[in-house]
Write a protein that binds this ligand. Sequence first.
Ligand code: SF4
Ligand code: SF4
Ligand code: SF4
Length: 250
Amino acid sequence: MAFAILFDSTRCIGCRQCESACARRWNLPYDDTIASEEKLSAHKLTAVQTRGDRFARRMCMHCQKPGCASACPVGALQKTADGPVVYDAARCIGCRYCMIACPFQVPAYEWNSRLPRLRKCDQCADRQAAGKPTACSEACPVGATVSGTREAMIAEARKRLETNPGDYYPGIYGIDQVGGTSVLYLSAVPFDQLGLPAAIGHDPLPDLTWRALSLVPGIASTGSVLLGGVWWITHRRGEVARAEKKERGS
Ligand code: SF4
Ligand code: SF4
Ligand code: SF4
């Protein structure tokens, strides 16, 4: 029984109670300055983003077939049977291949720590195992963020779409993007207007990560799909390097 989160942008009022609840759960600082930072970071594992007159949430998508876990050479990131993609700092060697492999640019790194870890949402795996909703969904006052089994969240999303079709852009983001995710989105506008990658495809990205590629004999002579994967990884490596530079302020 896999768990999932449903985020319905049409209901979100931008109150940021989800951010605050997440920070409390992780014992992370949270104040007005941090609230105004509308991006994921090592101290902000979910972020509410203003998109015109709407709001979107960012957090780990808990991909069904996560690129981060596939790229990690030591198994520090694992997809659990219940849905969450969890991180084991004791295994992590800090190579940050996961940051390159993630199509949603989620994992953040503790640059200013002596013992840096990767930081990302774990979908409140401990709470879910205890039969509780995620801290962010429990805190949401308007049902914009809800959690439960993936089947139940898909059913809830379909019900909302059918009940008020005029309120929604047709479709549920995450049903099959990159092979399906455990965070699902509803929106009034096309999903790219919420900042979600639109042209991301439906194939799981692990097939395109360096580890998968390195296992393929004669990779240099393989076809355009794999070469496309190489281009994507190279492109992401550049993006991560630029983000690292910006975060370090250099
Ligand atoms: S969104 Fe990124 S970090 Fe989260 S499971 Fe998918 S690949 Fe991994
Ligand atoms: S599921 Fe848990 S860890 Fe993830 S954003 Fe919500 S409160 Fe934070
Ligand atoms: S708590 Fe709910 S309504 Fe408030 S910002 Fe988060 S998702 Fe939106």
